[in-house]
Design a binder for this molecule. Structure first.
Ligand code: KG4
Ligand code: ZN
Length: 337
């Protein structure tokens, strides 16, 4: 079963070919990062225009690198929600036309479920497990029962973790995209130079919830207040101190959720799962007997392979989309029940 996956939800124009849900035959990612850099953030109109210009070539490159013809495809999977509406619409329209012309099914894919599936492509993990989805738009701790069965335990109540990385980096003009730059600067910084506060979320309904706007505000507006008197105010120290607390806020809830649920397996996904500190803190859980997986770096940030991989699973179960498939910027189902 060979599926073409298309991902255009934000600023990566990507197409991949995956066989049987696990064999990545190609994964082409045409990044728009350089073109958004002057604005230090993704410009939605520019993103959708570039997707329109690039998508055909990216898909052709994915087929070429996989060494197959389009007639060899069994289905086309495409991210249809959530994301930037104009960008999503480019992928969805392309996928529908392409699949219809080939006479094969198309499958609309939820971007968040695709991020959660990414680690399964390379390192299959038995269900159920604790899912940690951390990206520029989402911060979710969930119980994952199957590729399509996800129960949300906790989310951010304000900014997403990746958004906090990006906003701090933008404010201090550290570079774009923020997460990557802060991760790199942190390698040479003292994580205790600034002792930034964590959120105080009261009540049982917030047991696994997170908040990042307080941390972001402290780093941006009040850093002097939290600096250790003997520590230097350098970008490296600031980055390392912010990163320590950003990851700390998440890990505290992850550990609590693991303890409460009794789950012994945990898997991360999304752009922030590329963060070196988060990866080492999750990996450290293995010493306590947990099985931990996360995607390789290329599969953490947006990519077509996670979409194709998850598409294979739906196709195996006979689940495809109909002609009315459209794009949706928001997804309401990803809230706590
Ligand atoms: O999953 P993704 O590519 O797009 C969304 O679905 O949002 O995630 C992008 C986010 C951005 O906020 C970016 O700054 C962050 O992932 N990111 C990182 C790292 N690499 C990417 N954050 C922290 N450390 C990294 N190494
Ligand atoms: Zn993403």
């Amino acid at each position: 079963m060979i599926v073409l996956g298309i991902e255009t939800s934000c600023d990566e124009c990507s197409a991949a070919v995956v066989k049987d849900g696990h064999e990545i035959m190609s994964n082409v990612i045409a990044t728009q990062i350089e073109l958004h850099k002057p604005y230090q953030g993704v410009v939605p109109e520019l993103a959708s225009r570039l997707h329109t210009e690039w998508i055909q070539q990216v898909v052709e490159a994915a087929l070429r690198q996989a060494g197959i013809n389009k007639e060899d495809l069994d289905a086309v999977a495409v991210t249809s929600r959530p994301g930037l509406l104009g960008s999503l619409l480019v992928g969805v329209s392309f996928a529908k036309c392409y699949a219809t012309a080939l006479g094969i099914p198309f499958i609309g894919i939820d971007h968040i479920r695709a991020h959660l599936y990414a680690s399964q492509i390379e390192t299959p993990l038995e269900y159920p497990y604790l899912g940690v989805l951390v990206s520029g738009g989402h911060t979710v701790i969930c119980r994952v029962e199957g590729y399509d069965k996800v129960e949300v335990l906790g989310t951010t109540i304000d900014d997403a973790i990746g958004e906090a990385f990006d906003k701090v980096a933008k404010f201090y003009d550290l570079g774009f995209p923020g997460g990557v730059v802060i991760d790199r600067l942190s390698q040479n910084g003292d994580p205790t130079a600034f002792l930034f506060p964590g959120p105080s979320l009261e009540g049982d309904e917030h047991r696994y919830d997170m908040s990042y706007s307080g941390l972001k505000t402290a780093v941006i507006n009040q850093k002097e207040r939290f600096r250790r008197p003997d520590a230097e105010d350098t970008p490296e120290n600031l980055a390392a101190s912010f990163q320590r607390q950003a990851v700390g806020i998440l890990m505290k809830r992850v550990k609590l959720a693991l303890k409460d649920t009794g789950l012994m397996r945990v898997s991360a996904g999304g752009g922030v799962a590329a963060n070196s500190l988060l990866r080492s803190e999750l990996k450290a859980l293995e010493k306590q007997g947990y099985t931990v997986t996360f995607p390789s770096l290329k599969l953490c940030t947006d990519n077509g392979a996670m979409v194709a991989g998850l598409g294979c699973k739906y196709l195996e179960d006979g689940i495809t989309s109909d002609q009315y498939l459209s794009a949706s910027a928001r997804v309401t189902a990803f809230k706590k029940s």
